[in-house]
Design a binder for this molecule. Structure first.
Ligand code: COA
Length: 433
C-alpha cells in the first residue's frame, strides 16, 4: 500500500476515534496551542463511556471542560504544568500535579514511569512522502506519540509545517481525523512602564552574538523591545512568540554566531498569533526538536554566550527562587526554567537571568522577601541562581556571600519595602546594612 492509501484507510470521525479510548487509559494530550481541540471536545461528548481516563498534559490552552466540577466521574486530570483552565481543579483536589523538569518529561513516558496508552496529537497535512509535522508543538508530544500504544491524530490543514526532528509518518498513526480549525492564538501581552524598565535592564546584560532563551509574557516581550540595536543574536529557546519574528525581520536575530545549529532558530514549541505560525511554516530557518533535546542543559550549554531569561513569584534574601506556587497553591510548574538556568550557567560565557517586577498584587506585596511563603516550591535553588533583575536594577548573585546576596537583592527591591528588608538584614546578620 502506498502512503496515500494508508492515510485514507485510517480516516475516521472524531467520535469514532475517541471511542477507541478505554476506561483507565492514560491519555497524553498534545501541548499548549498544539492541543487537538476537536478530539478533546469529542472525548467530553463521549464521557459517559469512560471511567477514570487520565489526561496528562502541560500547558492546557483549550477550554479544559474535562477539568470542570462533575467531570471527575469520567476523567482524572494529571497536570505537569498548571494553567488558568486547570488551576481550580488541582486546588480543589479533583486533579493531580506531577512535578518534573520539562526536559525529563519524555523520560516519564519512555522509561516506564508513566506508560502512555494513548497519544492525542495534532499535526500538519502530510507532505508528498507521507510525513506530517508536529508544527507548533514538538516538545513531549512527539516522544509521547513514539511510545504510545495508540496514536490518534488531528491532521489540521492550518497546522504549520515546522522543520527539524519534527515529523511522524502516517503509517505510525492509528486513527486520523481531518480538521481545519484555526490554531489557538495567544495575543501579545500589554507591556507597561515597569516591564519596559525590566526589559532595558535585561538588555544591558546581552552582548552582540548572544543566544537567547526567553519565556512567555510581558517581560520577555519587553526585553525584545530593547534589543533592536544589537547584532547577530541567536535563539535556542523552549518556545518563541511573535516578538522574535519582528527581530528577525529587523535583521537583529540572524543566528549567524550560534555555535550549535548556526543559522537556525531552535525551539521545542511555539505560541503566538497567526503571524508567528505563518512565519515558521515551511521556514528552514526555524527548527523544532523534542524537549529532551532542546532543553537538555548539556545541549543548551553548547551555545556560546547563552542567556536565559525567566520570571518568578518570589525570591528570598538567599536567592532561592519560587516560580510556580503562591505558598501551597500550585499556579504553574517548573517548566523549562531550571533546564535553561543550568544550561546557561554551564556555558562558560553564559548568564541566567530571573526577571521580575519588584512587586505583585497591584503593588501590595514585594516579590523580594525575607523568607519564601510557607509551602512554596523552590524552583531555582540558591546554588543555581545567577542574575536577578527588577525595574530598579540588577543583582548579580553568583559567587556572593549570603550577606552580599541579601544586600544586592534589597537594593533592587521596591523602595516601599526596603526598610523592612533592611531591618531583616540587620537582625539576621547581626550587623548594619
Ligand atoms: N505574592 C502574591 N501573588 C503573586 C505573587 C506574590 N509574590 N507573585 C505573583 N502573584 C500573582 C500575580 O499578582 C498574578 O495574579 P493575578 O493573576 O490575579 O493578576 C499571578 O500571581 C500571576 O503572576 P504574574 O507574575 O503576573 O504571572 P506571569 O504570567 O508573569 O508568570 C510565572 C510568572 C512565574 C508564574 C511564570 O513565569 C512561570 O510559571 N514560570 C515558571 C516556568 C518557567 O519559567 N518556564 C520557562 C519559560 S516558558
Amino acid at each position: 500500500m502506498d502512503w496515500e492509501d494508508t492515510y485514507k484507510s485510517k480516516l475516521v470521525s472524531a467520535e469514532e476515534a475517541v471511542s477507541k479510548i478505554k476506561s483507565n487509559d492514560r491519555v497524553v494530550v498534545g501541548h499548549a496551542v498544539g492541543e487537538p481541540s476537536e478530539l478533546i471536545d469529542a472525548m467530553v461528548e463521549n464521557k459517559e463511556s469512560y471511567k477514570n481516563v487520565e489526561l496528562v498534559h502541560m500547558v492546557a490552552m483549550g477550554k479544559s471542560e474535562y477539568a470542570k466540577e462533575g467531570m471527575e466521574k469520567y476523567f482524572h486530570v494529571n497536570s505537569i504544568f498548571v494553567g488558568a483552565s486547570t488551576r481550580e481543579a488541582i486546588a480543589a483536589g479533583r486533579g493531580d500535579f506531577t512535578t518534573c523538569f520539562f526536559y525529563e518529561v519524555p523520560r516519564l513516558f519512555k522509561d516506564g514511569y508513566m506508560p502512555v496508552d494513548v497519544a492525542l496529537i495534532q499535526v500538519s497535512k502530510p507532505d508528498k512522502h507521507g510525513y506530517c509535522s508536529f508544527g507548533v508543538s514538538n516538545d513531549y508530544t512527539k516522544p509521547a506519540a513514539e511510545c504510545a500504544k495508540l496514536v490518534i491524530a488531528e491532521v489540521n490543514e492550518n497546522m504549520p509545517r515546522t522543520m527539524g526532528d519534527s515529523f511522524i509518518h502516517v503509517s505510525d498513526i492509528d486513527y486520523i481525523v481531518k480538521t481545519s480549525h484555526p490554531i489557538i492564538e495567544l495575543k501579545p501581552p500589554k507591556i507597561g512602564e515597569v516591564e519596559k524598565s525590566i526589559g532595558k535592564n535585561c538588555a544591558s546584560l546581552i552582548e552582540d552574538g548572544s543566544t537567547l532563551q526567553l519565556g512567555i509574557g510581558a517581560i520577555p516581550d519587553a526585553v525584545l523591545l530593547f534589543l533592536k540595536d544589537k547584532k547577530d543574536l541567536g535563539i535556542h529557546s523552549e518556545m518563541i512568540s511573535d516578538g522574535v519574528v519582528e527581530l528577525v525581520e529587523a535583521g537583529v536575530i540572524t543566528n549567524s554566531k550560534k555555535t550549535l545549529h548556526p543559522g537556525k532558530i531552535v525551539v521545542t514549541f511555539l505560541m503566538g498569533t497567526k503571524r508567528l505560525y505563518d512565519f515558521v511554516n515551511d521556514n528552514p530557518m526555524v527548527e523544532t526538536y523534542p524537549v529532551d533535546y532542546v532543553n537538555d542543559p548539556t545541549v543548551v550549554m553548547k551555545n556560546s554566550k547563552m542567556i536565559s531569561i525567566n520570571s518568578c513569584v518570589q525570591v528570598d534574601l538567599m536567592g532561592q527562587v519560587c516560580s510556580e506556587s503562591i505558598g501551597m497553591k500550585q499556579i504553574s510548574g517548573v517548566g523549562g526554567q531550571v533546564d535553561f538556568v543550568r544550561g546557561a550557567s554551564m556555558c562558560r560565557d553564559g548568564k541566567s537571568i530571573i526577571a521580575i517586577p519588584s512587586t505583585a498584587a497591584k503593588g501590595k506585596v514585594s516579590r523580594i522577601v525575607p523568607l519564601l511563603d510557607e509551602g512554596s516550591a523552590v524552583t531555582t535553588s540558591r546554588n543555581d541562581v545567577d542574575y536577578v533583575v527588577t525595574e530598579y536594577g540588577i543583582a548579580s548573585l553568583k559567587g556572593k556571600t549570603l550577606k552580599e546576596r541579601a544586600k544586592a537583592l534589597i537594593n533592587i527591591a521596591h523602595p516601599d519595602f526596603r526598610e523592612s528588608l533592611i531591618k531583616e538584614f540587620n537582625d539576621r546578620f547581626k550587623c548594619d546594612f
